[in-house]
Design a protein around this ligand. Structure first.
Ligand code: TTP
Ligand code: CA
Length: 356
């Protein structure tokens, strides 16, 4: 198999970060998101400040209260997490169709086909982290490597808000020194069995023969033998082919000034055009969405005879749709532009500027 370039992206302290974004009073505080302490609730997640007290996911809430009595306790708002999740998944899909979500806040991306001498995978990962921050005001960590196992390992190495690359220069050191529990697939039970057999680090695992590992761990022995060597050929399994590309922005304050909204629509049209160009697609529908200050959502769509992909075409249609949609009396909090009904574009002249 030719060498692949895989990115693993994982949002930092996801539920807690969303809560801290939406309530600035929580900034820098030990924040714990989870069920009610009175019942049998458990911790969903905790901010890094709260983790210093020993609080972690899946811990009973009552225990969290004991460890961190002055923590800020918040009940989950799943709709908010789903919304952020949809936004980040849309960003991933604006880079590549080969996206494998692992949960609401995590995914593998295969970007092998996007990499060029002037555009290494790490740079693409930074673009993605930047897009996530711009659109959601949330930070993510990314790992870049030549397979899924190493990409995921990398994304967790320098959390939060960081990028880590594992390549042939550092893979040996990283794996040899890794605690055995740090290998994906080695849970607490397996870890115990590893320890019982004198395996504490990646080096200890590496020193075992494949035969010995199969004897100890059955079918999983072969995978463990490969992992110790940084080998993982499993493909990134994408779920669906993207059918639309879009971008939306929430205003800092509710907006009723058409010039300013249209400026934003121009920006969003440009962004959408860049994304279409990147994946070499054009589309036959344009949709404009607005959300009013009362959180009502309205959208309007137009279908075209010929596919479009450049920012002026998108803007001109979006402009008309917006004008039809907008009530002059009602301020809006969000505007979005989407191009859908995508087909392969005939334009081939992609450049580095498509990414900036
Ligand atoms: P994780 O990615 O495991 O954790 P995290 O994003 O909170 O923190 P980090 O990645 O920076 O270490 O889980 C993502 C979200 O899934 C998490 O914010 C809350 C939810 N979750 C639970 O509800 N219960 C759990 O046991 C775990 C592990 C996560
Ligand atoms: Ca996470």
């Amino acid at each position: 198999m030719a060498e692949r370039r895989i990115i693993h992206i994982d949002m930092d302290y996801f539920y807690a970060q969303v809560e801290m974004r939406d309530n600035p009073d929580l900034k820098g505080k030990p924040v714990i998101v989870g069920g009610k302490a009175s019942g049998r609730g458990v911790v969903s997640t905790a901010s890094y400040e709260a983790r210093k007290y020993g609080v972690h996911s899946a811990m009973p809430m009552a225990q969290a209260h004991k460890l961190c009595p002055d923590g800020y306790y918040v009940t989950p708002r799943f709709d908010k997490y789903r919304e952020a999740s949809q936004q980040i998944m849309a960003i991933f899909r604006s880079y590549t169709e080969i996206v494998e979500p692992l949960s609401l806040d995590e995914a593998y991306l295969d970007i092998t086909h996007l990499v060029r001498p002037d555009l290494p995978a790490s740079r693409i990962a930074q673009f993605i982290r930047r897009d996530i921050y711009e659109q959601t005001h949330l930070t993510a960590s990314a790992g870049v490597s030549y397979n899924k196992f190493l990409a995921k390992l990398a994304s967790g190495m320098n959390k939060p808000n960081n990028l880590t690359v594992i390549d042939y220069n550092n893979v040996h050191d990283i794996l040899m020194n890794l605690d055995i529990g740090g290998f994906r697939g080695v849970g607490p039970t397996t870890e115990e069995k590893m320890h019982a057999n004198g395996i504490y680090t990646g080096k200890d695992l590496y020193d075992k023969s494949e035969r010995e590992l199969i004897r100890l761990f059955g079918k999983r022995g072969h995978g463990l033998y490969n992992k110790a060597r940084g080998i993982d050929e499993s493909p990134v399994k994408s779920e669906r082919i993207r059918k639309s590309v879009g971008t939306e922005r929430t205003f800092a304050t509710d907006m009723n000034d058409d010039d300013q909204v249209l400026n934003k629509i121009w920006e969003l049209s440009t962004k959408t055009a860049e994304r279409l160009s990147r994946i070499q697609k054009s589309g036959k529908t344009v949709t404009v969405k607005i959300k009013t200050y009362r959180f009502e959502t309205f959208s309007k769509q137009r279908s075209l005879r010929d596919p479009i992909r450049n920012e002026t075409d998108i803007y001109n249609i979006a402009y008309e749709l917006y004008t039809d949609l907008k009530d002059p009396e009602v301020p809006i909090r969000l505007v979005g532009v989407t191009v859908g009904n995508l087909e392969q574009s005939t334009y081939e002249n992609m450049s580095i500027y498509d990414f900036l």
